[in-house]
Design a protein around this ligand. Structure first.
Ligand code: OGA
Ligand code: MN
Length: 210
C-alpha cells in the first residue's frame, strides 16, 4: 500500500526540479511523529547524542562557531522501532529514482538537537572529501513551534532568502549540491531527523585527489 498517490509525488518532484527544494507538510502522521519523538527522547535521556562535527569521515572537526547541534546517527537494522519511517523513505526513494532519474543507492540519517542559542552557519551539504550526497532530507519534530522560537531554515537563492519554519511533521527535501542554507539561531530546543540520499554507499564517494 502506498503512503501517497503518484499524482502527489509527481507534484513534489516537479517542484523539486523547478526550485531545487520542496516543502512537504504533514509528511508523517501523528502516530509516527509520536513514535519518532519517543525514540528521540529516549536517546536524549540516555545521553546518546554527541556534539556534531564538520567535514566528512576522517576529517571530523568540531567548531561551535559553525554549528552547535548534537546528533545521533541512526541504523536501520538496529533501530527497528523506526521501521515505518524507513518504509516511507523507501517509497520516496523509488519515486525520486523513477521521476527524477536520481541514482540513489544508500542513505544516512541522524537525529539532531539544537539547544537554545545554537545555529548552523551558511553551507552546502557536500564535503570537500566526499561528494556522494544527492538529496538532503530534514524532517522537523517541533510540534509547538511559534514565531519567535527561532531555528528557521534559511535558503539562500541568488536574489532572495526563503524562510522555512521548522514545524512538526514538516519535511524539507533539497538538492544537496545546489542549495545554500543555514539554520538561524534557535531560542528553544529544536529537533529534527535529518539525512541524505546518496549515490554511493556510506563510506564511499570520497574524491581521490583532494
Ligand atoms: C544540516 C542542516 C538543516 C536543518 O544538518 O546539514 O543544514 O534545518 N540542517 O536542520
Ligand atoms: Mn545542511
Amino acid at each position: 500500500m502506498a503512503f501517497y498517490p503518484d499524482e502527489i509525488y509527481i507534484q513534489w518532484m516537479d517542484q523539486l526540479a523547478e526550485d531545487d527544494f520542496v516543502v512537504l507538510d504533514h509528511f508523517i502522521d501523528e502516530d509516527l511523529f509520536q513514535l519518532i519523538f519517543n525514540f528521540f527522547e529516549d536517546r536524549l535521556n540516555e545521553n546518546d547524542l554527541k556534539v556534531a562535527g564538520i567535514g566528512a569521515l576522517g576529517d571530523h572537526t568540531i567548531n561551535k562557531k559553525v554549528r552547535g547541534d548534537f546528533i545521533f546517527w541512526l541504523d536501520r537494522s538496529r533501530d527497528e522501532v523506526l521501521h515505518e519511517f524507513y518504509e516511507r523513505v523507501d517509497e520516496l526513494i523509488i519515486k525520486l529514482k523513477t521521476y527524477c532519474f536520481l541514482p540513489i543507492s544508500d542513505f544516512e540519517f541522524h537525529l539532531a538537537h539544537y539547544p537554545p542559542g545554537t545555529f548552523y552557519e551558511k553551507h552546502i551539504d557536500q564535503f570537500k572529501e566526499r561528494n556522494n550526497r544527492l538529496i538532503s532530507f530534514v524532517l522537523y519534530l517541533n510540534p509547538n513551534w511559534q514565531p519567535g522560537d527561532g531555528g528557521e531554515l534559511l535558503i539562500h537563492k541568488k536574489d532572495k532568502v526563503i524562510t522555512i519554519n521548522p514545524l512538526g511533521r514538516r519535511l524539507l527535501v533539497f538538492k544537496s549540491d545546489k542549495v545554500e542554507h543555514e539554520v538561524a539561531q534557535t531560542a528553544k530546543n529544536r529537533y529534527s531527523l535529518t539525512g541524505w540520499l546518496l549515490n554511493n554507499p556510506v563510506g564511499l564517494g570520497f574524491l581521490q585527489n583532494s
